[in-house]
Design a protein around this ligand. Structure first.
Ligand SMILES: Cc1cc2nc3c(=O)[nH]c(=O)nc-3n(C[C@H](O)[C@H](O)[C@H](O)COP(=O)(O)O)c2cc1C
Length: 392
């Protein structure tokens, strides 16, 4: 299904176009999950299962989609999730996403494993967040913290759910490694996607730009990839998180939380928001869908701690489902990469943001909500419950 002109009208159409435009190994890296991809499927299925009971005659003729989070007002409760290796989709992807998000007034997080230097992103889009992987080498962690603070990042997102890399079968089957070592299969793939290959040849292959400072000049992509592999969350523990909390002077988010007890502990330690995530189904394949964990985590931490959720969100109604379930803010990962692959960095992210805005606005109108704060648990249909409480 495509939309007006050549703009795909939904996530699946965007994804289908991305599949055509990218070599298979690149599409699979973006699109794939861990092991049997059960968590990946569960993320979408759990959202599909949430039903919202619309209210009528509320006079929701005008809507305000803006929301407050972490000391700032956003145009929508939406952000671009941190994404490593984003420039594998196209050169300049990190920058295109950061700029589009800034222009639209939504969130954007640059990953430690991003392919653009954190200083460059901060200059282009000063409200961006920085996502930190805490690796084996404490010197690198300290220096990344120092650099993020010096560059003025208002929000630090510490990712907790990569103590070991996910086992991604599509990458293993495609022999996708860094640096790329094209075997016969991959070479054919590249020949079939000359536009992508040419863009990489002229625009530059993706590199772990934030780690280059920590390896000798001229290091190969391979040795940087090794450095990156050690820079996940293997060394992170509660003590270290407390140290980061002491050192980081601005807002702090812990991402990759699924257990209510971990959320409670993080809140007690002073994090400013909790990121409920299973890394888009790319880590523990048996993990629950993040949206299923919102209610128990909300019950554990109370109403004061903002909850940011991601995983499987494919449209405006999914954003609404997350908010009705108790989340304050929603991140999307793959959808933004598919948008860049499908339409390019200049048009893709902006088209996706417009699509999500339109869908959320329609869903709010159709449900009788004028403001984001009106989207709450009263909209949820729980099979077996009588909706609307006593006397309804
Ligand atoms: C290609 C790719 C790379 C990712 N890299 C990172 C990363 O470097 N740091 C991080 O915290 N999360 C990373 N994630 C997870 C996302 O931040 C987010 O949790 C996930 O994509 C949300 O699910 P969705 O893709 O279904 O929207 C990555 C996800 C993808 C798809």
């Amino acid at each position: 299904m495509t939309g007006t002109g050549d703009i795909p009208c939904d996530f699946e159409a965007m994804r289908a176009l991305a599949r055509r435009r990218l070599p298979r190994f690149a599409f699979d890296f973006v699109d794939g999950g861990a092991l049997r991809e059960s968590a990946l499927a569960r993320n979408a299925a759990a959202l599909d299962a949430i039903r919202l009971v619309p209210r009528v005659l509320t006079g929701a003729t005008t809507r305000d989609l803006s929301t407050a989070l972490l000391g700032r007002r956003y145009a929508m409760p939406l952000g671009v999730a941190p994404i490593g290796m984003a420039n594998l989709v196209a050169p300049g992807t990190d920058l295109a996403l950061a700029r589009a998000a800034a222009t639209a007034g939504i969130g954007y997080a640059l990953s430690t494993a991003g392919t653009t230097a954190l200083e460059t992103i901060a200059e282009a889009a000063p409200e961006s967040w920085f996502q930190l992987y805490v690796g084996r080498d404490p010197g690198i962690t300290d220096d990344l913290l120092r650099r993020a603070a010096a560059a003025g990042y208002p929000v630090l997102v510490v990712t907790a759910d990569v103590p070991a890399p996910g086992k991604r079968l599509r990458d293993l089957r495609n022999r996708f490694t860094l640096p790329l070592r094209p075997g016969p299969g991959m070479a054919l793939d590249l020949l079939r996607h000359p536009r992508w290959a040419l863009a990489m040849a002229t625009g530059g292959a993706p590199r772990f730009a934030n780690l280059e400072a920590y390896s000798p000049p001229g290091s190969s992509t391979g040795s940087l990839a090794e450095l990156m592999a050690g820079q996940s969350s293997a060394r992170l523990d509660w003590e270290l998180l407390a140290r980061i909390r002491e050192r980081w002077p601005r807002k702090l988010v812990l991402k990759g939380v699924l257990h209510p007890d971990d959320a409670r502990r993080a809140a007690a330690l002073g994090v400013d928001a909790i990121g409920i995530s299973n890394h888009g189904g790319r880590q523990l394949d048996a993990a629950p869908a993040p949206v299923e964990m919102i209610a128990p985590i909300r019950a554990a931490v109370g109403g004061a701690v903002p909850l940011i959720v991601d995983g499987g969100v494919r449209g405006g109604e999914d954003i609404m489902r997350c908010l009705a379930s108790g989340a304050d803010f929603v991140l999307l990962g793959r959808a933004f990469l598919h948008a860049v692959a499908a339409l390019g960095g200049a048009r893709g992210p902006t088209a996706l943001i417009a699509l999500l805005h339109d869908e959320l606005d329609r869903a709010m109108t159709q449900s009788g909500c004028r403001r984001i704060t009106e989207i709450d648990g009263a909209l949820l249909h729980r099979p077996g419950d009588s909706c609307g409480g006593p006397g309804a």
